[in-house]
Ligand binder design. Structure first.
Ligand code: SAM
Length: 286
């Protein structure tokens, strides 16, 4: 990650590098970000698409490298993000279509991608207030589920996502894709079961755990008086006893039909929009 530092050397700042070779070391480094190990080591990740890159810059995320396909050259919006990237001391690469599809592992790649610094909130910085809703996910496994939950939490006006225990990486290509940009809008913290439970006690939130054996219809719960944390269980195992035990309510979504349970992201959506029903309205400005 040397290349994101401001350049004081003889090399000219603000010069686009043209790259066509897959063997180029910068391209190799970016390609490696498809692996969690490289993301962890560099604390960076890839966001695909011009709109996402523009949104991320607007929200103050730090870009390290902007990559665009030759065909995007000269487009005003691309020039603008390139200028912003240079202004932040980042690198700008113009690459062939082949390089682009290799980086993103796609046949029809986006014209623009950005390499951004990862950003985690500390759980201590989540200080829930009345009217706020957080989503806590116990060992979420599936990147598509996690991305969809980010997007849905953002849309429902939630204040943050809390990853409890070993979870899938919120900054993987697949998760970021599924968030449709909400990864840049939704603060995320990761924590252990014990730290989560300590935080729960200290902050005085109402912990609503969703459970297939839950005794309470999710529509009968009071979501208004306290800040709410919706706790959702692992795709296979559901919520473990030590977490369920500490919940203020064990909520169930009544179901019909043959399915045993709802998909995790769907269940999270149903819970979020119920918990925030009194706050969300079509009349209020966004
Ligand atoms: N086999 C798991 C179990 O027995 O808990 C199923 C887990 S389900 C696919 C994943 C998560 O979605 C659950 O832990 C719960 O948080 C939520 N969920 C799914 N359907 C639900 C329902 N009908 N009521 C409440 N929560 C539900």
């Amino acid at each position: 990650s040397e290349h994101h530092h401001r350049d004081h050397g003889p090399h000219r700042v603000g010069q686009v590098k043209e790259v066509t070779s897959l063997a180029n070391p910068i391209v190799k480094d970016i390609k490696a970000l498809a692996q969690k190990k490289a993301r962890d080591e560099t604390r960076s990740f890839i966001a695909e698409g011009l709109k996402l890159v523009i949104d991320a810059l607007e929200l103050g995320w730090t870009i390290r490298t902007l990559v665009y396909a030759k065909a995007a050259k000269g487009k005003p919006q691309v020039e603008q993000v390139a200028a912003k990237t240079f202004a932040k001391g980042g690198l700008v690469l113009e690459v062939s279509e082949k390089v682009m599809s290799t980086i993103t592992r796609r046949d029809n790649p986006q014209m623009v991608i950005g390499v951004f610094e990862q950003r985690y909130s500390s759980l201590k910085d989540f200080r829930p207030k009345v009217g706020e809703t957080y989503v806590a996910l116990d060992r979420v496994r599936d990147p598509g589920n996690l991305g969809t939950i980010f997007r849905t939490a953002d849309a429902a006006g939630a204040s943050g996502v809390i990853l409890v225990g070993e979870t899938t990486d919120p900054f993987s290509l697949e998760t970021v894709r599924a968030t449709m940009g909400s990864v840049f809008a939704m603060p995320v913290a990761k924590t252990s079961v014990s730290d989560f439970l300590r935080w729960k006690k200290e902050t005085g939130v109402k912990l609503v755990a969703t459970h297939l054996a839950g005794a309470v219809d999710y529509r009968t719960i009071d979501y208004r008086k306290q800040p709410v944390v919706l706790l959702m269980g692992n795709e296979q195992a559901g919520i473990p006893e030590e977490l369920a035990h500490e919940a203020d309510a064990l909520a169930r979504i009544p179901q019909a039909g043959r399915a045993d349970s709802l998909n995790l992201a769907i269940a999270t959506g149903v819970m979020l929009f119920e918990a925030r029903r009194h706050i969300l309205s079509l009349d209020e400005p966004k």
